[in-house]
Write a protein that binds this ligand. Structure first.
Ligand code: ZN
Ligand code: ZN
Length: 371
């Protein structure tokens, strides 16, 4: 027979107050919880000892009995929940927050079951033309959702019957393993965590209580929507379970590419052909805008090929902002070289070449030579 001192097990003195005992127990329970000591096979044993000590010392009446004649209690060790000398779970209601705390520490949450009552979020893609995305559009999307079966109101039981409380878990949907009434809960196998058992399944939903259907949802696509933008429509996902809230709908935009305007953030980039004369002399040119029409752009004399100019406010409306804020239009020049020359054109260019008499590769070779 064991002769371990329950006070020592909890690390408190014989004079410890109930509060001290409780505090010490909580501390030790966290430290020695088997989930936190997966590599230590003895952790569970230690944990049981701590639990057992607390079972007795936390109950003033049992503590008194222990102080008088502790041996009577050792027989109860390992008897577990509801066994002789064991406390009923009700005695530990003051520790309910500890269970939650352990859940958080060990990466499982006692709220999992509640969270699962919320309907699933559903994501659908919507294909948009370039113009619709730019200007914004109201569109209808077909959303595959799961909803409570109307015939059984989501219970899964045939009309006229009702699900009964699971006798294995008493309707809790979870069962505790042998280690006592601690955080060792797992979904009840008898009812698959539902807490209820259906004897006669609803023929419409085959007992699942859920039906798949396609729902038409109207979605407002904001002006300036980018490709891959995610728009959240709250509460339009799958329906919740047992009165839980519906999930959300996410609409992901797929915007058709434009042959000329390339999107870059809230800006658009457009490549604009420029003649040699315009580039060399400078010019005022018209540049197309993404939503139609043109915008004037002044090219300075000596503009190079591939040079970028920013036309402020001529880009896409910023879809995430109100107030008509817009991105810019980036104009990139592309120097156009005549493919064919008439005689007079050739003569003029030859005269120009003779006049300039330059070596445009001089810099290049200087760099090559100096490295
Ligand atoms: Zn049904
Ligand atoms: Zn059950």
């Amino acid at each position: 027979m064991e002769t371990k001192d329950l006070y020592k097990t909890l690390g408190v003195s014989k004079e410890a107050s109930q509060e001290e005992i409780r505090r010490s127990y909580r501390k030790l329970a966290r430290k020695h919880h088997p989930d936190a000591n997966r590599d230590d096979p003895k952790a569970e044993e230690r944990f049981k000892e701590i639990q057992h000590a607390y079972e007795i010392l936390s109950n003033p009446e049992k503590r008194r009995e222990y102080d008088v004649g502790p041996r009577t209690f050792f027989g109860a060790q390992g008897a577990g929940r509801g066994g002789p000398g064991g406390a009923s779970p009700g005695d530990y209601s003051d520790l309910s927050d500890l269970f939650g705390g352990l859940g958080d520490i060990f990466g499982r949450s006692t709220r999992t079951r509640e969270a699962s009552l919320k309907g699933e979020d559903v994501t659908v893609a919507v294909n948009l033309g370039f113009k619709d995305a730019l200007e914004g559009v109201t569109t209808r999307v077909s959303v595959p959702v799961e909803e409570a079966c109307g015939d059984c109101r989501g219970t899964g039981a045939a009309p006229g019957t009702a699900p009964r409380t699971c006798p294995q878990c008493g309707g809790r949907g979870v069962r505790s393993r042998d280690q006592g009434f601690f955080a060792f809960s797992e979904p009840c196998a008898a009812c698959a965590g539902e807490g209820t058992i259906v004897d006669k399944p609803c023929p419409t939903c085959a007992g699942s209580g859920r039906l798949r259907k396609s729902r038409q949802v109207t979605v407002r696509i904001p002006a300036g929507a980018k490709n891959g933008m995610k728009i959240r429509v709250p509460g339009r996902g799958s329906g919740g379970r047992r009165g839980g809230p519906a999930g959300d709908l996410y609409v992901v935009t797929r915007v058709a590419e434009h042959p000329v305007f390339k999107r870059r953030g809230d800006d658009f980039v457009v490549e604009v052909p420029v003649s040699f004369a315009e580039a060399a002399l400078g010019a005022e040119i018209q540049v197309p805008r993404p939503e139609g029409g043109t915008v004037k752009l002044r090219l300075p004399a000596g503009t190079q090929d591939g040079k970028q100019f920013r036309v402020r406010g001529a880009g896409a409306p910023k879809a995430r902002k109100r107030g008509g804020e817009r991105g810019d239009l980036m104009v990139q020049t592309r120097l156009v070289v005549p493919r064919k020359l008439r005689r007079r054109e050739r003569e003029i260019l030859e005269a120009l070449a003779e006049e300039r008499n330059e070596d445009v590769r001089e810099e290049l070779f200087k760099k090559v030579g100096s490295s």
